[in-house]
Every structure is written in structure tokens, then in C-alpha cells.
Design a binder for this molecule. Structure first.
Ligand code: AN0
Ligand code: CP
Length: 333
């Protein structure tokens, strides 16, 4: 039964989930009767292009109704912490808002990024868990404080499709692709949700997985799992079949005081930007990024525009991952 979608385990058998993704991809309206007279509410505390559109599209594929709420554009500003005296700019508390929102829908999607100031608050998934606890409805993550599972699932679908289509894998079906998650520079502090989920999902998949980043950016061990961490980016890239670039701020694992910080001026880190030379170290790897991406910070124009770039197919697969997840939730109602 799917009452919550946060982690890879929530999908059960991954091979089965990937097979369902292919089924949906070949006929995305196959389950259009399933969602009749059911309503999905999508709640955004933060900006979004892909998640907003692909999750709405997924709900429409399933014949559902969709309501989208941008909390910061027209709703009352919401207090999220219990016990505060509400004499500031926040007019309503999440503890009333959640059960009210739940009255109007059958499932709720939440986008609520990490605040990046209080590691414990973020890593306890405080906001998401309040929705689970007080809505009484199935809740799914559309990037929460620490995870972005709809993205990681779409990334896995993309890797599987592109690996199956590559010549090497048909020559030897035992061969596993080498997938490298690489940190890249960015001018602002970003959450760890995307790399956390990507690591979690790659560890659960049948791939050879390596993570590379400058020292100090170690991800939480619960997401790193048994993955190999290689601080030398060139060594990590050698023989790679897929390069997955992403910036993240300090996860505060080795130095909790640095949580959410940028450890070095980004001008000093441009040698981590993925350019043609970086890609030349690989096994003609495909380039991946969840988007939105800052060109010539994370990746150069030529690499993201090359035929080996998968950024658009990845975004397209967000519709597929969301359709599978919403379908599973509908089936559990
Ligand atoms: C967000 C992040 O890094 O988590 C969303 C990525 C899907 N990115 C930005 O805020 C630029
Ligand atoms: N990749 C992703 O989640 O994009 P948005 O932030 O635009 O939804």
C-alpha cells in the first residue's frame, strides 16, 4: 500500500517499477479510468517548472482532477513550527492548513525545500512528516528537505533506457553501466535532496556507482550507502558511461557548523565545471542533470548541447515517473 512516497523502498521491487514505467511510456493513458473523480492537490512552497507540469500531466494521464497551490503566491503565509507566538508575518499555521487542504483532495504532493540552517529540522523531514501525520491522505514528495524521489526515479528510467539501447549492453547483458555523480560549482547554496535521492536510487539499482566532490561536501551516510567516493574527479570520470552533475551545499556531515554553506568561493572551483575535457576522460558518457541548470557554471554550452546530453529526455521521463507513482497511490486508495 502506498501511503507515502519519499524513499526508493516505497516503490517495492525496482525492476517491477521500471517495467511499469515502460508500460506507461508505451501507453500513457492506459489507466485513464483509474483516477475518475479523484483529486490530487499539489502544494508548492518553492519554485518549480518541471515538477509542476509533469506531475499535473501525470494526474491528467490518470483521469484525475488537479489543484495546484503556490503557498507563497496568494495563500496565507504559513507558520511551520509549533509553539511560536504568531505575531509576525505568518497568518496561519500548518497544523490547521494541512487538515483543511486534505478536505479537498485524495492525495497531496509536497514541494518544501531544505531551509539549510537547521540540519536536524531538515533531516527529520519535519514539514513533510507533518503532512503525513495531519492530512490522513497519501502524501508524495515533489522535492522535500532531503529527497527528490520523482527526479531520481525519472533518472533511473533514463539510464535504463539509454543503457539498453547502447551497443555494449546488448553485447554483454552482464555489464553494468558506470554512473558517476559529480559535484559542480554554483553561486548559491543549494539543497542536497537531488544528490541524496540519486545516490539512494543508484545504490538500489544494478549499476557501478561512484560519487565525486571536493572534500567537505560528503553526503549523509544514509544516502551514500556502499557507494565509492572518489575525491579525484578525473579518476572518478575514467570509464564512466553516465555523468550526473549537480551542485549541493555542505551537508554538515564532517563539520555540522558548515551545514548549508558554500565552502569555497565558486570562482575557485571552476575546474569542477563539466566541460569537453572532463567528458573526454569518460567512456563517451552521456551527460545528465535534473535541471534547472546554470550553463557555464555546472556544465559548458557544448556539453549540454551535445548529442550525448540527456537533459531533455530526463525531464520528459518526469511525466512517466510521476504517472507510475500516482497510479500506485490511486491503486492503494
Ligand atoms: C533546486 C535544488 O538544487 O534542489 C531544485 C532542483 C530540482 N535547484 C535550485 O534551486 C536551483
Ligand atoms: N528537476 C526539477 O524538479 O525541476 P523543477 O524544480 O523545475 O520542478
Amino acid at each position: 500500500m502506498m501511503k507515502s512516497f519519499l524513499n526508493v523502498q516505497d516503490l517495492g521491487d525496482l525492476k517491477q517499477a521500471l517495467a511499469e514505467a515502460q508500460e506507461i511510456k508505451s501507453d500513457r493513458y492506459k489507466y485513464v479510468e483509474l483516477g475518475k473523480n479523484k483529486t490530487a492537490l499539489l502544494v508548492f512552497f518553492n519554485n518549480s517548472l518541471r515538477t509542476r507540469l509533469s506531475t499535473q500531466k501525470a494526474a491528467l494521464n490518470l483521469g484525475m482532477n488537479v489543484i495546484v497551490l503556490d503557498v507563497n503566491a496568494g495563500a496565507w503565509k504559513l507558520e511551520t513550527e509549533r509553539g511560536v507566538i504568531m505575531d509576525g508575518d505568518k497568518s496561519e499555521h500548518l497544523l490547521e492548513a494541512i487538515p483543511v487542504m486534505a478536505c479537498y483532495c485524495d492525495m497531496i504532493g509536497i514541494r518544501s525545500f531544505a531551509g539549510l540552517t537547521d540540519r536536524e529540522y531538515d533531516y527529520a523531514e519535519t514539514v513533510y512528516n507533518q503532512f503525513v501525520k495531519y492530512s490522513g491522505k497519501p502524501v508524495f514528495a515533489m522535492e522535500t528537505a532531503t529527497v527528490h524521489p520523482l527526479q531520481a526515479f525519472a533518472d533511473l528510467i533514463t539510464i535504463e533506457e539509454n543503457w539498453k539501447n547502447s551497443q555494449l549492453s546488448t553485447l554483454n547483458s552482464q555489464l553494468r553501466p558506470k554512473v558517476v555523480l559529480t559535484w559542480a560549482p554554483h553561486p548559491k547554496s543549494l539543497p542536497q535532496a537531488v544528490p541524496n535521492s540519486f545516490a539512494e536510487w543508484m545504490n538500489a539499482a544494478d549499476v557501478d556507482f561512484v560519487i565525486t566532490h571536493p572534500e567537505g561536501y560528503e553526503l549523509d551516510p544514509k544516502f551514500v550507502g556502499d557507494a565509492r567516493v572518489e575525491y579525484d574527479q578525473k579518476k572518478a570520470f575514467e570509464g564512466a558511461d553516465f555523468i550526473y552533475a549537480k551542485n549541493w551545499s555542505c551537508p554538515g556531515v564532517t563539520r555540522p557548523a558548515d551545514y548549508g554553506k558554500i565552502l569555497h568561493d565558486y570562482h575557485m572551483m571552476t575546474n569542477w565545471t563539466v566541460d569537453a575535457e572532463h567528458m573526454s576522460w569518460t567512456n563517451n558518457a552521456k551527460f545528465m542533470h535534473c535541471l534547472p541548470v546554470r550553463r557555464n557554471m555546472i556544465v559548458t554550452d557544448d556539453v549540454i548541447e551535445a548529442p550525448t546530453s540527456l537533459v531533455i529526455p530526463e525531464a520528459a521521463n518526469r511525466e512517466i515517473s510521476a504517472t507510475v507513482v500516482l497510479k500506485r497511490i490511486l491503486q492503494s486508495l
